[in-house]
Design a binder for this molecule. Structure first.
Ligand SMILES: Nc1ncnc2c1ncn2[C@@H]1O[C@H](COP(=O)(O)OP(=O)(O)OP(=O)(O)O)[C@@H](O)[C@H]1O
Ligand SMILES: Nc1ncnc2c1ncn2[C@@H]1O[C@H](COP(=O)(O)OP(=O)(O)OP(=O)(O)O)[C@@H](O)[C@H]1O
Ligand SMILES: [Mg+2]
Ligand SMILES: [Mg+2]
Lengths: 229, 229
């Protein structure tokens, strides 16, 4: 469902080039629960941004749900992001003037694919599932770091996307709450066949994965290199 | 060096009261390496904000470095925050238009206590110590999540404060980088007697602490309750 073919992302910083992703080729199959592991600065977020069509590759092909994203028009990219992908950002990207409830409801409003009653039911259900049933009226700055992270999780899941991209979704959570979030995602993976691609530093998330892709300095580590990653 | 006496923080949310911290009394001695542990939403950030004079208590006394912060004028609070305390925020709070170097230099410029050459030496030294020696010219949105976290760490340490308040300083770091940051802090604790108060979910940070304060629903858990926290 996701195919990266010899992908490069090279940033320009003044006169220097910063190669964030270098010659990465990865194939993720539908229904997989995959994690991208690697040190801080190794390119995990950059890779997820390319898959999520939030950024474009300098070279190579990024193919998502059968479509070559480098060749799509802006409005088709927008449709892909809105209808097929749920993205949990490393720094959450919540709308500060909206409540937790409104933040989670937002993509459903954009989609216009379900009626008001169903929308309300879904928002409440997912807020409950991440343990924020009583915090719907708080705005982001009236929430703890881990609560904001869970609003970001809820928002990505409420549209029931085919692919969920999760950038360190448990970084700000204690181990009990973090496990609850991972269990919720595994259940969606088993019940609905949703594909999950995580970037994580959390050993518990890695244990839950059926596959680990190891990154170092923007390159994929050879799986046969054992624990060198 | 930090004394909380029956401290309460109660937020007003529309018509509801949200008690974030309830009747907390804690004494932290100079030179301690203490952690505040507890589930997401249990009040850790709120507690650190009260100690760091970033927020004021609804009830009770917060005494920092011998001064009762509830009775200080704004300019004395500002001096306390600038000269005695280094704060690593859970969401970093970096200045987006400044480079990593400039962000770290900022509190030294405000202090006006060291000359240009010494300022430059200190900024470079601490950036090197957190592994960002080559990233000084990147702005926050040109850095990875873990790199931004380390800029926030560097900025808090560069002024060599008496008290460092660290709100989940390793949340976005892989275990190797995270350990390097903890080792750096332990060294400062041993060499300079800097007091460290962490909030963390990271078992490795808790292992490094000489003392753990457990929070649950805004209250301190009795130490004799064993592992109930
Ligand atoms: N401005 C506010 N208005 C209302 N409630 C608030 C406000 N700020 C925080 N809260 C609530 O206070 C409680 C404690 O928040 P705090 O940020 O201290 O938790 P925490 O222990 O740091 O959590 P985490 O581990 O998720 O960072 C939470 O339930 C939160 O929703
Ligand atoms: N806009 C940019 N301009 C220049 N360099 C950038 C930019 N964005 C990211 N980088 C660099 O690209 C590299 C990879 O960044 P990325 O955010 O993908 O890392 P990461 O693996 O997600 O790290 P972390 O675990 O710390 O979140 C880093 O060295 C970073 O400094
Ligand atoms: Mg990242
Ligand atoms: Mg917090």
């Amino acid at each position: 469902i996701v195919d990266l073919v010899d992908v490069y992302k090279i940033y320009q910083l003044g006169n220097t080039e910063v190669p964030a992703v270098q010659g990465v080729s990865i194939r993720i199959n539908r229904g997989e629960f995959a994690t991208i592991a690697g040190p801080s600065g190794s390119g995990k977020t950059t890779l997820l941004n390319l898959i999520g069509c939030v950024d474009t590759a300098t070279r190579g092909d990024v193919i998502v749900a059968g479509q070559n994203t480098g060749r799509l028009k802006e409005k088709d990219l927008t449709r892909l992001r809105l209808f097929k992908i749920g993205f949990i950002f490393q720094s959450f990207n919540l709308v500060s003037v909206l409540t937790a409830y409104q933040n989670v409801e937002f993509p459903l409003l954009l989609q216009k694919s379900v009626g008001k009653a169903e929308r309300d039911r879904r928002v409440r259900e997912v807020l409950e599932a991440v343990g924020l049933g009583t915090h719907g009226k708080h705005r982001p700055n009236e929430l703890s770091g881990g609560q904001r992270q869970r609003v970001a999780v809820a928002r990505a899941l409420v549209t029931k996307p085919e692919i969920v991209l999760a950038d360190e979704p448990t970084a700000n959570l204690d181990s009990v709450t973090g496990s609850q979030i991972i269990d919720l995602m595994k259940e969606l993976n088993h019940r609905d066949g949703t594909t999950f691609i995580f970037s994580t530093h959390d050993a518990k998330v890695m244990e839950a994965a059926d596959r680990i892709v190891r990154l170092k300095d923007g390159r994929v580590q050879d799986a046969s290199a054992g624990h060198a990653g």
